[in-house]
Design a protein around this ligand. Structure first.
Ligand SMILES: Cc1cc2nc3c(=O)[nH]c(=O)nc-3n(C[C@H](O)[C@H](O)[C@H](O)COP(=O)(O)OP(=O)(O)OC[C@H]3O[C@@H](n4cnc5c(N)ncnc54)[C@H](O)[C@@H]3O)c2cc1C
Length: 290
């Protein structure tokens, strides 16, 4: 289908972009890589009167480390994240996540910030940023705020961002010693989107008990979520095969799963428990070697 008519602006700075958004907030949409927005416009599920293209703003791209925090520019492509030596060294779970997104064309255009802002319930990044305890920087004309990933996702395609805000950065703590992470997913074969995707991050204490564990899950329900009961079962324990199996069984506690032509709700719930166990095992093995 052909999109509805729209105006197009390409600001040359973030400051100009936020000013444009301040004036046109409710009728405008930000365009980053366009891999989610353009299909929605073609289907007329989105009909913005104005498209503000931030795709060429170099100030939004790149990954750096500052005082123990990795700062990922929202306009960084998924491919740039996939090949980032900084992410590989300090938070390899995010490299694994980036590599799991769609195909090479999607990763070359799609941005990390675009994926998080879009909040597709089957997208990979939301699970990972929940697991690593990221914070999201949102900027508007005259102000900015940092939001915990845990508070960011509200519902399907809905976040706490308001229509005047631009997501500019993702802040991720550098992995402490004895930390390992893993992202595993079962992909819908045609699109690559997750039927279930599990991001697990484990930090062990000197005595090899679990000091911190976080599990982010996508693809199952209306939004990505933290598997808090799973985490509670493991917290402070020796991570034996038995405790991991018990913890993984709780990965869908209280979750209302979605079903569609690709997988029923019951199948998604089953896959999620199985993949939580595998992701935790892999994260733990990596933590033991780190
Ligand atoms: C064939 C195909 C397969 C795919 N497979 C996968 C997959 O396996 N896993 C996966 O996770 N994703 C997948 N995707 C989605 C892909 O990763 C998208 O590129 C990504 O979700 C959106 O990033 P974008 O930069 O293209 O955002 P855009 O499409 O430009 O924008 C998406 C939405 O976010 C908003 N937005 C974008 N950037 C910002 C910002 N900085 N601040 C505020 N709002 C912003 C836009 O206004 C829009 O509403 C697939 C897409 C396609 C087309």
């Amino acid at each position: 289908m052909i999109p509805a008519a729209f105006d197009y602006r390409r600001p040359t700075s973030l400051a100009e972009a936020v000013q444009l958004l301040a004036v046109h907030a409710d009728e405008a949409k930000i365009l980053a890589g366009g891999h989610s927005l353009v299909p929605m416009m073609k289907l007329r599920l989105a009909m913005p009167a104005l498209v503000i293209d931030i795709g060429r703003l170099s100030e939004l791209r790149g990954i750096r480390e500052h005082n123990g925090t990795l700062i990922i520019g929202a306009g960084t492509t998924q491919h740039d994240a996939e090949v980032s030596p900084l992410l590989q060294q300090h938070c390899s779970l995010l490299v694994e996540t980036a590599a799991a997104v769609g195909d090479v064309q999607v990763r070359n255009r799609g941005t990390v910030g675009g994926s998080i802002a879009h909040a597709d319930p089957a997208a990979d990044w939301p699970a990972a940023i929940l697991a690593v305890g990221a914070r999201i920087k949102l900027v508007r004309a005259g102000g900015e705020r940092l939001v915990d990933a845990a508070d960011f996702f509200v519902d399907m395609l809905t976040t706490v961002m308001d229509s005047q805000e631009i997501l500019t950065e993702i802040h991720v703590p550098v992995n402490p010693p004895r930390t390992g992470g893993a992202y595993l997913k079962v992909a819908q074969p045609a699109s690559g989107f997750a039927l279930t995707g599990v991001a697990a991050q484990v930090t062990l204490g000197a005595d090899q008990t679990v000091q911190r564990v976080a599990v982010g899950i996508t693809g199952v329900s209306g939004k990505a979520y933290r598997a808090h009961v799973t985490e509670q079962v493991l917290q402070g324990q020796a991570a034996t095969a038995e405790t991991i199996a018990q913890a993984a069984e709780q990965a869908t506690a209280g979750v209302e799963a979605l079903g569609d032509i690709h997988a029923s709700a019951a199948y998604r719930l089953h896959l999620t428990r199985v993949y939580t166990k595998r992701a935790l095992q892999q994260a733990l093995e990596r933590a033991q070697r780190a």
